[in-house]
Design a protein around this ligand. Structure first.
Ligand SMILES: *[C@@H]1O[C@H](CO)[C@@H](O)[C@H](O)[C@H]1NC(C)=O
Ligand SMILES: *[C@@H]1O[C@H](CO)[C@@H](O)[C@H](O)[C@H]1NC(C)=O
Ligand SMILES: *[C@@H]1O[C@H](CO)[C@@H](O)[C@H](O)[C@H]1NC(C)=O
Length: 273
């Protein structure tokens, strides 16, 4: 498994259109004075279309991707990846055009976030449940759909002293709770984040623990500490070649359905006490 080709979701956000999560944080004025975290407990099973809005307002999730890239269904929030318009040509390693996906934000620092997601089994598609901060910090759950027996974990925490962007160093490839489990099934992916460690779990089973001391590069810790939002997305990893290689792409649109969907059944955020 090559980690060096993995990349930051924030870079993907810049390159792909996604669906963004609205802030549901309490203002800092109401947060306990001794805490930086404006965390507010939150959960949704997307049972109502009012959970997602295409404009900023009271809805917890804001769609920033185009119309038709998501739908609130009886099964939950469906994130769609559409086949690009026109002809898609492939050189076997990459596709010349990319399909558009969806992303969904809440602002908090430290907490336990669970994403309940069902991913499609189409190679070249990546579904992500991430915590992302404006300063570039990221904690990721990445579902590389061409690798049905694993799921991936990653962090990004760029530091001012960095001479280059650190890619791939902190990535992990995890197994499921049960050997017979597949990415295509419904799973709970949990990120339990506090200042001492991050624990990633699947279906209640802890799979990876990362401590600040394990994130030292050139004498500096690269541990996420920035105010984060929850973001959900599906995207086309068919290009560039490094992404496509990591994402098991490109998508073979001759075989794949013209709309590829992931379903997010629910998102739960518990604040750290
Ligand atoms: C959602 O998060 C992204 C990435 O941090 C940011 O660019 C965007 O403005 C946020 N949208 C909302 C509605 O908070
Ligand atoms: C770490 O140090 C090496 C050697 O000076 C340098 O090439 C590299 O870019 C540094 N890494 C970061 C993330 O700054
Ligand atoms: C997933 O998490 C939700 C919310 O905590 C819980 O209700 C559900 O039972 C969990 N499912 C599994 C398979 O762990």
């Amino acid at each position: 498994m090559r980690f060096d080709l993995s990349f930051s979701f924030s870079f993907a956000l810049a390159a792909f259109s996604l669906l963004s999560f609205a802030e549901f944080a309490e203002s800092s004025a109401t947060a306990p004075p001794d805490k930086r975290s404006p965390c507010k407990q939150f959960s949704t099973t997307f049972s109502s279309s009012s959970d997602v809005s295409s404009t900023e307002g009271d809805a917890p999730f804001v769609a920033i991707s185009p119309e038709g890239t998501y739908a609130v269904t009886d099964a939950g929030l469906r994130l769609d990846l559409q086949k690009p318009q026109g002809t898609v040509t492939s050189d076997g390693e990459t596709n010349n055009v990319l399909g558009q996906g969806a992303t969904v934000n809440s602002t908090f620092i430290y907490g336990v976030t669970t994403f309940q997601i069902e991913a499609p089994s189409v190679a070249g598609v990546v579904v992500a449940g991430i915590l992302i901060a404006d300063d570039g910090d990221e904690i990721d759950v990445e579902l590389v759909c061409g690798d049905p027996t694993h799921w991936q974990t990653n962090i990004f925490a760029p530091q001012k002293t960095d001479q280059e962007t650190i890619f791939g160093v902190f990535g992990g490839v995890e197994t499921f709770a049960d050997k017979s489990d597949s990415l295509a099934g419904l799973h709970n992916y949990t990120v339990d984040w506090n200042e001492d460690r991050i624990i990633w779990s699947v279906d209640g089973k802890a799979k990876r623990t990362l401590k600040p001391s394990q994130t030292v590069v050139n004498g500096t810790e690269h541990y996420p500490t920035g105010l984060a939002r929850i973001s959900l997305g599906i995207w086309d990893a068919s290009s560039p070649v490094g992404t496509s290689d990591w994402g098991k792409g490109p998508i073979n649109w001759n075989k794949a359905p013209s709309t590829i969907s992931a379903t997010v059944r629910g998102v739960w955020l518990e604040c750290s006490s």
